[in-house]
Design a protein around this ligand. Structure first.
Ligand code: IVH
Length: 752
């Protein structure tokens, strides 16, 4: 076929024009997606404009192509993308379970948290988990005013015009609370999916891999006319902001949503025990194939809404709900090769390259092999897994995929092993920088010892630094980071370089960003503006952005809350440094003692060995105090504390951290609702058994009221809450003159 792109619009025959129109329309939508949705532009602004001009020229000459066509609005509508909206109440995800035993554990855990006896009534709803995408519908005074996708849970995309085209979504409600956000799942039925794909294929358009993709692709159409032509459906299963409660129970609230005109799932049941929950799980699973739409599990929710409120949320999931997934889908294929990827903390991760195979409607060509022990057929303690079978290149392997998790190689077929297949030799050098890859005792992972000289580690650290929970810079995603990392004129090699990018670009005579392929004046300016917006950064985000091993988002928040400011944290870590070194030495002493005890056939005296090593360091009191303050912080254990202090004590890493901080204004953690709180700013310690409220709930309540919860009593402790059985901590509090109260006094203090 002639290269149509080279033919002038005036010279195109009608069928050529149709083909060329299709190509351009797709290229424009892809560019729009890359720019607006994935924040990762693939073509320059100039190329984008040229595509759109040619598209318009073709439509001018062949108005039939434009008339009524989905791309008629390519210009204006597509260029704008979806507006982002902030959810009034965050849209969360669900904790997953795969085994029956986890359902009983869920019930147990909730009872413990709420301090409910094993025989106290506790009911749950059980309903299908729809495999679609979640949508939040906001009604004000009974009128649908906004529909938003989940997005990252805090900000979603405004898809109101599209949602209005879905028949299951009422535009008006009678008798609803003044503000009502209804949440549920948009999905496509099997029959509608098959018909859509048939239509698409007949029209030479894109077909979808599965109903979920089809639903997502259809809802997130910039042209609502396309959404209207796609048969989407909606089940309501929850709510966000409300001006008045819907009911006192989950099941009552769902019944109320049904009365208001929403479709709710007819397989929802009220269960009074884990056994009943499992019965409903089995019943739903048995009927799965005949439902006519995809479901991927069963969701259990605590029925009593007052209990849901007490249980509250973890960082991204509610404590009162559980998604019990159906078993993952499996497929067999050939292991072509094993590649080693080097991560942010230097971990060498083996990745299986597979002959592509469809698993649950998705083509899989890569899967994780976890670590070297996993390939060799043993767990981290040396015990056999898969009956001890190792995995070799050329083997037939079983690939397992569950929902959104990364596919993994689950099993191997020894009868199909090719002759001459060799056991896999895991590299002992980093494939990226050649530094020795070492495996520390007790660690299942081999790590590159190259630190910042390893380009793979550096680039992964940068990707982490710009990720969502960290700097989250619009227009600077993983792809751009890789480009800048390799760029000779405007390199970004460490996070601090991000903040000098604009100045360096201004001083760059030749290779200015705006003149680069894939960039333009607008995208370059947008990037610099997005970077500037992040010069001011909340403390937890900065701590998380550093990419220190073991310091995840929750630990970063704990540290930020504990220290209150960047300066306080760095100063404390500097003070603690000699103690951190002594504890590293104690690790070595502990290992030596274990080895000696093994050789001598006696029990290892680990704590004595550690204590002796720490005593030998003869720590200044200030260092010892800063260290114990760090490890006593709730949520911060010795492993994390060591990893954190190592990073701050390593001269190169510290210099890079300081260079970054020099560009930033770090803001203190967001104030909690502490007005009038009697415990705001106080440090509390819980000890002994609490009888009316479990420890986790007590801690969550205390923190929500602005208190810090520590794990051990020190001179900094303001208050100890001691239940029966309180031992040394209560004694220490008495010794230090710290106030000690019982659980009733605690409840009175926090208002019940
Ligand atoms: S409740 C606070 N119920 O599953 C949690 N979610 O994996 C609110 N989903 O984001 C979710 N069916 O998109 C709930 N019956 C159901 C569901 C359901 C499907 C989706 C939802 C959620 C995801 C979490």
């Amino acid at each position: 076929m002639a290269d149509l792109a080279a033919v002038g619009v005036a010279d195109l025959a009608p069928e050529q024009a149709a083909a060329e129109w299709q190509r351009l329309a797709e290229a424009v939508s892809r560019a729009n997606r890359a720019y607006h949705t994935e924040d990762a532009p693939e073509i320059s602004d100039a190329e984008y404009d040229a595509l759109k001009r040619r598209l318009a020229a073709i439509e001018d000459r062949f108005p039939d192509l434009a008339a009524g066509s989905p791309t008629q609005q390519v210009g204006a509508a597509l260029a704008e993308g979806f507006a982002k909206v902030r959810h009034a109440a965050r849209m969360l995800s669900l904790e997953n379970a795969f085994e029956d035993a986890e359902v009983t554990e869920f019930d147990d855990r909730i009872r413990r948290y709420l301090n409910l006896a094993a025989d106290a009534p506790l009911a749950f709803t059980a309903e299908p988990k729809i495999d679609g995408l979640s949508l939040s519908l906001r009604y004000e005074d009974g009128t649908l005013v906004q529909a938003a996708t989940r997005g990252d849970g805090e900000m979603g995309e405004n898809v109101t015009a599209n949602a209005r085209t879905i028949a299951d979504i009422p535009q008006r409600l009678t008798g609803a609370p003044a503000v009502l956000e209804v949440r549920g799942e948009v999905y496509m039925s099997h029959a509608d999916f098959a018909a859509l794909n048939e239509r698409q294929a007949a029209a030479g358009g894109k077909t979808f891999a599965n109903p979920r993709n089809a639903a997502a692709g259809s809802l997130r159409q910039l042209d609502a006319a396309i959404t209207a032509a796609r048969p989407l459906r909606f089940f309501a299963y929850g709510w966000g902001e409300l001006s008045a409660p819907l009911a006192g129970t989950q099941s009552g609230a769902i019944a109320r949503l049904a009365e208001l005109g929403f479709r709710t799932n007819p397989l929802t049941r009220l269960c009074r025990s884990p056994a009943e929950m499992l019965d409903q799980y089995r019943a739903i699973e048995a009927g799965r194939a005949g439902l006519g739409y995809d479901i991927d599990g069963v969701v259990y929710k605590v029925d009593d809404l007052a209990l849901q409120a007490r249980l509250g949320f973890r960082s991204t999931t509610p404590r009162w709900a559980l998604a019990h997934k159906f078993p993952a889908e499996l497929a067999w294929t050939r292991l072509e090769a094993i590649d080693i990827q080097v991560g942010r903390t230097g971990a060498l991760s083996p990745v299986a390259r597979l002959t592509p195979v469809t698993v649950g409607g998705v083509v899989v060509s890569n899967a994780t092999l976890h670590n070297e022990d996993y390939i060799a057929g043993r767990d981290s303690r040396g015990a056999p897994i898969r009956g001890g079978k190792d995995i070799r290149i050329g083997d037939q392997v079983q690939v397992y995929r569950a929902g959104d998790v990364i596919p993994k190689v689950a099993d191997v077929d020894l009868t199909a092993r090719p002759d001459g297949a060799e056991p896999y030799a895991f590299p002992d050098r980093c494939p990226e920088c050649g530094s020795p890859a070492v495996r520390e005792e007790g660690d299942s992972v081999r790590r590159c010892s190259g630190g910042l000289i390893c380009p793979a580690q550096a680039v992964e650290k940068l990707k982490h630094a710009v990720s969502r929970g960290a700097f989250d810079i619009e227009g600077l995603g993983a792809k751009q980071v890789e480009m800048f990392f390799a760029d000779p004129a405007l390199p970004i090699r460490e996070p601090a370089d991000i903040f000098t990018l604009e100045a360096r670009d201004a001083a760059e005579p030749l290779r200015k960003l705006k003149n680069r392929e894939g960039w333009g004046e607008k995208s370059a300016t947008n990037l610099f503006r997005a970077i500037d917006e992040r010069r001011q950064i909340p403390l937890p985000r900065l701590i998380f952005a550093l990419g220190i091993r073991h310091v995840g988002e929750v630990a970063a928040q704990d540290l930020a809350r504990h220290y209150g400011s960047w300066e306080a944290m760095t100063a404390a870590l500097d003070r603690a440094r000699p103690a951190a070194l002594a504890h590293r030495a104690a690790d070595a002493a502990e290992q030596a003692e274990r080895a000696a005890a093994l050789a001598e056939g006696r029990r290892a005296r680990v704590s004595e060995a550690r204590a002796a090593a720490v005593a030998a360091a003869d720590l200044p009191a200030e260092a010892a105090a800063a260290w114990s303050d760090l490890v006593a912080t709730d949520g911060i254990g010795p492993v994390l504390a060591l990893s954190l202090s190592d990073a701050f004590a390593n001269p190169e890493e510290r210099a890079a951290i300081d260079r970054l901080a020099a560009h930033l204004t770090v803001t203190a953690p967001a104030a909690r609702q502490t007005a009038g709180s009697p415990i705001a700013g106080k440090t509390l310690v819980f000890t002994g058994t609490l009888e009316k409220m479990a420890r986790a709930e007590a801690k969550a309540r205390a923190e929500a009221m602005g208190a810090k919860v520590a794990g051990s009593v020190s001179a900094k402790t303001d208050l100890v809450i001691a239940g029966p059985g309180a031992g040394s901590k209560a004694a220490k509090a008495a010794e230090l003159g710290v106030e000690v109260i019982d659980e009733d006094a605690w409840l009175a203090l926090i208002g019940g």
